[in-house]
Design a protein around this ligand. Structure first.
Ligand SMILES: C[S@@+](CC[C@H](N)C(=O)[O-])C[C@H]1O[C@@H](n2cnc3c(N)ncnc32)[C@H](O)[C@@H]1O
Length: 281
């Protein structure tokens, strides 16, 4: 695992408080990569990522889902609408909570969704209160990732699944250039650390879960940053960022670093699904 200093919880919160508008303008209601097969639109590719993860996690009608790091509610609303799930979304950003709540009201998802402002590293739920712990691109921001998985495993009913999409440290970061790229990504995208797919699999196993899928999707998601880069170049988003906050400019200028990290193998992107056994291991 590669860690950096100087990323604070308050910085992560402010990043999303201010940055949500940039994500919405540049990318839409889902704050995550697209998963491409061919030349699908960005929105379609984002929905493909969500739907592919939901299928891997075998999400069923009526499943109780907690969406950790729910952003503007992209996944929560889709799981409620397409899979008839009952979804609790958690975000560290009050702006995002309001946004998700409003979207849910406008889209008629009020009865099936609710959104909370809370720190995923502190919130507690009753044991066995969910069938699925869902988290797309949030665990990168957590300071103690193994502790989060230990707690999340308690929230699951027997047979329940954790389904996550993650920006991973690549498998070989012994090269200094790789390490530097990952550290730059951590600083620009406010992640205290990035870990490998093997680290995650180990933490999930240590939490008593069985890893069912551990997939590398890097080649299918990289296009995300090519499109984002073009959009920043073509629009006035950088000027707006400069007016609002210097850190938002560093974020927009970080897209090239991410591309270099994916293309060189310094980073990977993928999905993991792990299941809580019916009986304790
Ligand atoms: C890259 S966004 C992904 C949003 C959403 N999962 C989606 O796919 O649209 C990361 C999310 O994690 C949330 N987040 C970061 N740290 C968090 C924490 N400690 N507790 C709760 N949410 C957190 C942010 O507020 C943001 O909603």
């Amino acid at each position: 695992m590669i860690s950096v200093e100087n990323v604070k919880k308050s910085t992560i919160r402010s990043h999303y408080q201010l940055g949500t508008i940039f994500y919405r303008l540049l990318w839409g209601p889902h704050i995550h990569h697209g998963l491409w097969q061919a030349d699908e639109s960005v929105y379609q590719a984002q929905c493909q990522l969500t739907d592919t993860l939901a299928t891997l996690a075998d999400i069923q009608t009526g499943d109780r889902v907690v969406d950790i790091g729910c952003g503007m509610g992209g996944s929560s609303l889709r799981l409620a609408k397409m899979r008839n799930c009952d979804v609790t979304g958690v975000t560290i950003s009050p702006v995002q909570r309001h946004w998700a709540t409003m979207s849910s009201r406008l889209k008629g998802g009020r009865k099936k969704t609710r959104f909370l402002t809370a720190d995923a590293e502190e919130i507690s739920f009753d044991p066995q209160s969910f069938d699925v712990v869902w988290s797309i691109e949030c665990t990168e921001h957590l300071f103690d990732k193994p502790a989060f998985f230990r707690r999340a495993a308690q929230w699951l009913a027997p047979g329940g699944r954790i389904a996550i999409c993650v920006w991973f440290e690549g498998e070989d970061t012994s090269r200094p250039t790789h390490r530097e790229l990952v550290e730059q990504v951590c600083r620009r995208f406010v992640c205290p650390s990035l870990a490998t797919r093997m680290d995650y699999a180990q933490w999930l196993g240590e939490s008593g879960l069985i890893v069912r899928h551990n997939e590398d999707w890097t080649d299918r998601v990289t296009k995300t940053w090519e499109i984002c880069k073009q959009r920043v170049e073509r629009t006035g988003v950088r000027h707006l960022a400069r007016l609002l906050d210097r850190d938002q400019v560093a974020f927009l200028d970080g897209f090239e670093t991410l591309l270099a990290a994916y293309r060189s193998g310094a980073m990977q992107y993928g999905a993991i699904v792990a299941e809580k056994p019916q009986q304790l291991l």
